[in-house]
Structure formats: C-alpha cells, structure tokens
Design a binder for this molecule. Structure first.
Ligand code: FO1
Length: 314
C-alpha cells in the first residue's frame, strides 16, 4: 500500500503519525503545506513542516501540538529584554533547527533538501515533502485588510473575521520534483491511495492543491483520493476551521468540507457523530465511511489510519 498524505497543521500531523506507525517508511510520503511559512527574526520558519517532523520523530510538544517537548525559553526571555518581538514563541531547542535551516538555505539548498537533512538527523525515515520549494505565503483577508498568516493565527489569535485567502507566489510555484516523481506514471512504486488529512481546508490544504498542476497530478494517479473531515459535529477539533466557515457563510459541517473537495476526492471519512450526514455526502457522488475521527490517543491515530487504508482498499 503506497499512500501519499497531504497534511498541514496539528490535526493533519496526528493522522500522519497514525500512517507512520502502521506503514513501512517507504510505503507512505507526506506532502506538507508551506503557505504558513514566514521570515521572522531572520529565520525561515516552516511551521507545518516542523510540526510534522517533530511529531514523526517523537519530539513534538503534545500539549501545544507545535514546537518541541522539554523546551526551555532562555532565548525568548533574553529577546524580550532586548525589546524584540516575542509573540511567536521560539524555544531554545527549536531555535537550533531554525539556525540550521537558515544556514542551509543560504548555501543554496532547497527546502526539500533541508527538510530531508533535518529528518535524517531527527530519525524520521518517512518522506516529508514540502509542497513546493518556491515561496508561497498565505494571507488572510479581513475587513481591515490582508494579514500574513502567522499574524492572523498567532499574533492576533485567529480573532479577525476572514473574508477570503490569498496565496502569494503560488502562480509561480512549482510542485517539488520529489512529489512529481512519487505520483507520476514513472513512479517506481505506484500509489494505492491519496489521503487529505484532517487539516484546515482553507489554509492548510488549499495552498497544497493550489500549486499549479497539483490537482491534475493527484487526479492522474488514478487511485482513490480520500479526505478525512476536520469538522466533527459542527466543530473543528483544533484551530479556526469552523470559525472561518461561519465567517465565509459556509455551514460549519462535514458536508460542506466534502463539497469543498468534491471535484478532486472520491471518498470522504466522517465522524460517528455525523452519521446523519452520510447520505447527503453520498449524494455528492462520494463514497463515505463513518468512524471515529477524533484522535486523542496514539491508538486513535493508528485506528483512524487503518480505517482510511481499509476504505481506500475497498
Ligand atoms: N502557534 C502559536 O499559537 N503560538 C506560537 O507562539 C507558535 C510558535 C511556533 C513556533 C514554531 C512552529 O513550528 C510553530 C509555532 N506555532 C505557534 C504553531 C504555528 O503557528 C501553527 O502550527 C501553524 O502555522 C498552523 O498550523
């Protein structure tokens, strides 16, 4: 079973870990959103890449979902004393990764290459593939103007009402060569399934799907494309997905997420408490499966990953 999983943010990383636990390292590859990336304090920060790498390596801070566990904050404290920006928290151990990435990017390495090096050093064997090595920057449109993603998400704590999104640079972004190699007909191991993890459809998944050629590439694989709902009973398990939907006048429902992806996906996974929506999602022409999609434990992550693979095989 060769799975390509599209992921961004904390929710997606949970299911990604489930796949990593039940599939051989060469049976799964992760395509990660880089629209959240930003330049900050002189560093190139790639939050969704780092969240996934830390999660797969067992280094993640499981309480916050981002950054590293057993972290210390001396750099942040000293930065505060110098009057520097400290709204985006960089732990001392996390800082080493940002310094490493900055050095390697300055030497001309691509984000894909640097991510591979970091994975190798942190013991992550799976392929963690940034969606593109070209810069894509998500901007959140609000009644008071456009916000850089991290300003919206962290500095302003997702408070501003969203009216839309822009992905600056995406028109000129290329799909990273490693992804094209995995999905294209020349792939050494043909894919069995493509999975959209339960990430925010607007700011974690749409940037990936918006890279020119990405939708066509995924569809050309000719395999099931399955999305796992990030909305359960009208709520997002984590993050601003439901709030964004309401602000966009979209029902905050699993059905609305299925509709958002309907032109690309063939199957949709919804949570048991949304079983009543199964028929309306099936009416969209999608195969459906109902299971527990809320992942609290590692067992939940593994069970959902297994359910998705069974669904794909069905
Ligand atoms: N999220 C926060 O809510 N507050 C932070 O201070 C913060 C710091 C941070 C540092 C490194 C990193 O890789 C992620 C970090 N995040 C923080 C999470 C990040 O903003 C989000 O995970 C993604 O951008 C959205 O999925």
């Amino acid at each position: 079973m060769r799975v390509l999983a599209l992921t961004g943010g904390i929710g997606g990383a949970k299911l990604a870990l489930g796949f990593a636990k039940i599939l051989e390292p060469d049976e799964v590859a992760f395509v990660v959103n880089t629209g959240d990336d930003f330049e900050h304090l002189g560093f190139h920060i790639s939050p969704d890449v780092d969240t996934l790498v830390y999660t797969l390596s067992g280094e993640a801070n499981v309480d916050s979902g981002w950054g590293r566990r057993d972290e210390s904050w001396h750099f942040m404290d000293a930065a505060q004393d110098l009057g520097m920006q400290t709204w985006f928290r960089l732990g001392d151990r996390d800082l080493a990764l940002h310094v490493y990435r900055r050095e390697r990017l300055a030497e001309g390495a691509t984000l894909t290459e640097v991510t591979r090096e970091i994975c190798d050093r942190l013991g992550v064997i799976q392929s963690v593939l940034p969606m593109s090595d070209d810069p894509v920057r998500t901007r959140v449109l609000t009644p008071d103007g456009a916000l850089a993603f991290q300003h919206y998400f962290v500095r302003d704590r997702c408070q501003p009402a969203v009216t839309g999104f822009e992905f600056d640079g995406i028109a000129d972004a290329s799909i990273s060569p490693d992804i094209a190699g995995l999905v294209g007909a020349s792939a050494s191991h043909p894919l069995s399934a493509i999975v959209i993890c339960p990430s925010n459809p607007f700011v974690s998944v749409d940037p990936i799907l918006g890279v020119p050629g990405m939708r066509g590439l995924l569809a050309s694989a000719g395999v099931p494309i399955i999305a796992v709902s990030p909305i359960v009973a009208g709520r997002a398990i984590k993050g601003p997905t439901a709030k964004m939907m309401r602000e966009l006048d979209i029902p905050a429902s699993a059905t609305a997420v299925a509709r958002h992806y309907r032109d690309l996906i063939t199957g949709f996974v919804l949570d048991e408490c949304d079983v009543g929506r199964e028929s309306e999602i099936a009416d969209l022409g999608l195969a459906t499966v109902v299971t527990q999609t809320v992942m609290s434990s590692l067992e939940d992550r593994i069970a959902l990953a297994r359910d998705v693979l069974v669904f794909a095989g069905a």
